[in-house]
Design a protein. Structure first.
Length: 273
């Protein structure tokens, strides 16, 4: 059994301060026995304005955030699935990508996923809360999986969780763990967060690890929190309702494989696209 950690934060516009918190929480995850740790969406920056992410975007392979991640992974001997950060994209009309980088325990960046589904919505129950992520973020197009010591991980981000066809593609490609770093709004989190995550776990017979932003940010936005680790049968193994911190749970691949063998719903699929 391999320990997996979900890290919860309340990020703001000071990249250095966010990285200091992330570094501390990654060390806590390692000390708790985690082999793989997941950071939340926007862990290194939530600006006062949406456009501000353009000003802090790093070039792939260079920058304070990527340096911290590589150093922490190597120092702690920890695989890090680094939530998301804005990365510069020269061919995207000045927009950035909302990107999840993965570092192995030697500090090498081994995977990148750019968020596919962008949050362009008016939030129900909050008439003045409106988001147009695509104004400053260009969408990704690639489905990405990565082999880790905990198992084969399918990468996704926040709003992606509402699109089950993405997770079907990930599970069909062998995913055993689905990660969902997020910054959910409070109204949508209250209504749908746990339900969506448990549904993705149940229908794909996969673990789901969801690391969240939590609380009121300097720009006035409030995020839902409630980081969760859910097993392949939809059982919540651990959660952190509010605040910053770390939760861990064991990934039992043998038990998951036995359940998949005895309850072969994935093999019974008729519609495969």
């Amino acid at each position: 059994m391999t320990m997996f950690a979900a890290i919860q934060m309340t990020s703001g516009p000071d990249v250095g301060a966010n990285l200091a918190v992330a570094g501390t929480l990654l060390a806590e995850a390692s000390a708790a026995g985690a082999t793989v740790a997941l950071l939340p969406e926007n862990f290194n920056f939530i600006g006062r304005r949406d456009a501000d992410k353009r000003t802090v975007a790093e070039v792939v392979g260079s920058g304070a955030t990527q340096d911290l991640l590589a150093r922490s992974a190597a120092t702690l001997g920890l695989w890090i699935i680094a939530g998301t950060q804005p990365l510069a994209a020269a061919d995207r009309d000045g927009r950035v990508t909302n990107s999840c980088l993965v570092y192995d325990a030697s500090g090498r960046c081994v995977a990148r996923y750019d968020k596919i589904h962008l949050f362009d919505v008016d939030v129900p129950e909050k008439p003045k809360e409106s988001y147009r992520e695509s104004a400053h973020v260009a969408p990704g197009h690639e489905v990405v999986l990565i082999d880790t010591p905990a198992g084969r991980v399918g990468l996704s981000v926040c709003y992606d969780v509402r699109f089950p066809e993405l997770y079907r593609r990930l599970s069909a490609a062998g995913a055993e763990i689905l990660v969902v770093p997020s910054a959910f709004t409070v109204p949508t989190g209250r209504a749908h967060w746990e339900t969506l995550l448990r549904a993705r776990a149940i229908e794909n017979l996969c673990y789901v690890v969801a690391a969240a932003q939590s609380g009121v940010h300097p720009n006035g936005r409030e995020t839902y929190g409630d980081s969760l680790i859910i097993d392949y049968w939809g059982r919540v193994l651990t959660r952190l309702p509010r605040g910053s911190g770390v939760v861990t749970a064991g990934i039992d691949r043998a038990a998951m494989a036995a359940t998949r063998a005895g309850f072969p719903s994935l093999a019974h699929r008729v519609f495969n696209s």
